[in-house]
Every structure is written in C-alpha cells, then in structure tokens.
Design a protein around this ligand. Structure first.
Ligand SMILES: NC(=O)c1ccc[n+]([C@@H]2O[C@H](COP(=O)([O-])OP(=O)(O)OC[C@H]3O[C@@H](n4cnc5c(N)ncnc54)[C@H](O)[C@@H]3O)[C@@H](O)[C@H]2O)c1
Length: 257
C-alpha cells in the first residue's frame, strides 16, 4: 500500500484528495493546522520543520507520494503569511521530503498551484528576488504597490513562484526517478473560494466570473486528477503544470499556453 502525505488535508481540495487517494488504496498522512495526523502551522519555519520531521518519523523506510495542498486565499490580509504558506509551506515539504520520496516505490508528488500563477510572469513576479536570495523579509513591501489588492498580488506571486519551483526541480527529480507536477485549479467551490466571495474587495468579481463550462469546479474533480498524476498511468508526466478551470484560461488567453 503506497504511503502518501497530503497537506491541507482537513478541508476543500485537500480533504477531497485525501478521500480520493484513500479510495485508490493509499495510506494517507494528513498535515494541517488541526484535524489531521500531523498538526503543523506551515506559515512558520518551525511549523514547516516540525511537519517534515514528523513525516520522516512515521515514514522511515520511504514515502511514495506527496501532495502539497495547504494554502490561504487572496482575501487574507497578510501578504507575508500568504507567501509563507502557499510558497514556503509547499517548497519546504517538497525539498524536506525529497530524500524520503527517492526511497519510495514509483514515487510522485503534486503541488497545488493555481491559475493565478499565470497572471504574472517570473520577470514581473514581485517575490522572484526573495526566492533567489532566500530572504523573504521584504515580501510585504514588494506587494504594497497593489494597495488593498496586495493579497491577490501576493497570492499570484506565491503561486507563480511555486510553479517555477516545480519546473526548476524537473531535472534533478526526474533523474532521481521522482515525478513532480503542478495542478492549477480555477474557481473551485471550497471554503477558501467562499471566503473570497464574501470579501468586499473581491466578492463581486469572483461572484460575477463564470468559466466557459458555466459553473465552479468541485473539489473531487481536482482530487481525481491529482490521484491520476500520482498513479501508474501517469508514468511519463513530469515537470508540467495542468490547468483545471472549466476553460477559463482558454477563454481569457487563447494564444498563451
Ligand atoms: N478553491 C479554489 O478556487 C482554488 C483555486 C486555485 C487554487 N487553490 C488552491 O488549492 C489549495 C487548497 O485550497 P482550498 O480551496 O481547498 O481551501 P480550503 O481553505 O478549503 O483548504 C485549505 C487548507 O489549508 C490549510 N491551511 C491553511 N493555512 C495553513 C497553515 N498555516 N498550516 C497548515 N495548513 C494550513 C487549512 O487549514 C485548510 O484545511 C490551496 O493551495 C489553494 O490556493 C484553490
């Protein structure tokens, strides 16, 4: 039975992924703030280290799968915390658990990014220099130009950096036999999206936006693709980002892919 770690396992897409993978025969180690096998706050360096150490304690012989799903939405009014959870919280688990994945059976990992990752480029990403230097102390100032929309700016920046991190690891991870991909959901009906709909800054545009398929995604529709990416039929999929958004990206940017 493969052993797979899912962060953000207590809610939304992470909870649906937990369920889909369990149904596919995985033993799951859930990581979340609460209601999980491992309680850890991925917004802090200590919490991230605790999560990695606790997983390694449980999976001493190796790990077969990893899904980094924990995240905060753009409505959260602290850009530093958005970057800490959505970028650092994912990358710390990917890198901290890479040695354990190398020792696993047909190992694979999936990072849950977002279509927001495509809303800016690496060249315009305000946290790119922090990623390169490893000094994240100036992140809040770097997104301040977006004013009350700094949460959205930080969210897109963190997800763009996460997708870049996935793609930058393709060579080393591929050579080690560990597949790594990103999924980029559009609007999916979860507590995170509903909090955005209730936010006075973002609510109207989120509520007014409809994907070509005419509805929001459902958490299990993201989860089932993540389960596919971790499974044996996805053996040549590596280093890619897969948009799952009901056609929204195609409608907005038909020439970009
Ligand atoms: N819902 C969407 O429309 C949507 C779209 C694109 C991407 N995403 C991404 O999908 C992922 C899951 O989001 P969701 O919509 O299921 O949201 P959600 O709020 O339902 O679930 C997020 C989970 O992350 C956990 N989490 C938050 N902060 C944490 C911390 N500091 N430490 C540990 N765990 C923490 C929460 O407790 C929660 O269980 C996120 O990375 C999000 O950015 C969501």
């Amino acid at each position: 039975m493969p052993t797979t770690v899912v962060t953000g396992s207590a809610s939304g897409i992470g909870a649906a992924t937990h369920a889909a993978l369990r149904e596919a025969g995985h033993e799951i180690v859930g990581v979340d703030l609460r209601d999980a096998d491992i309680a850890a706050d991925l917004s802090t360096a200590e919490g991230r280290q605790h999560a990695v150490d606790a997983v390694l304690d449980r999976c001493s012989t190796g790990l077969d799968g990893l899904v980094t799903c924990a995240g905060l939405g753009p409505h959260v009014d602290d850009p530093g915390r958005i970057v800490a959870v959505n970028y650092l919280g994912a990358v710390a688990l990917l890198d901290g658990l890479f040695p354990a994945l190398r020792a696993g059976g047909a190992p694979a990992a999936v990072a849950v990014s977002s279509v927001a990752s495509t809303h800016l480029t690496w060249e315009t990403n305000p946290i790119a220099s922090a990623v390169e230097s490893g000094d994240f102390s100036g992140v809040a100032a770097a997104v301040e130009s977006a004013g009350e929309y700094r949460g959205q700016f930080a969210y897109a920046a963190a997800k763009n950096a996460l997708t870049v991190a996935v793609r930058r690891r393709a060579v080393e991870w591929g050579a080690a036999g560990v597949r790594l991909n990103a999924v980029a959901p559009g609007a999916v009906d979860t507590p995170l999206l509903r909090a955005g709909e209730d936010d006075p800054r973002y609510g109207e545009s989120i509520r007014g936006f409809t994907a070509p398929l005419g509805r929001r995604g459902r958490p299990h529709e993201i989860a089932s693709f993540i389960a596919y990416l971790l499974g044996p039929h996805a053996g040549f999929l590596h280093g890619a980002q897969f948009v799952i958004d009901g056609g929204a990206d195609a409608a907005l940017r038909p020439q970009a892919f």
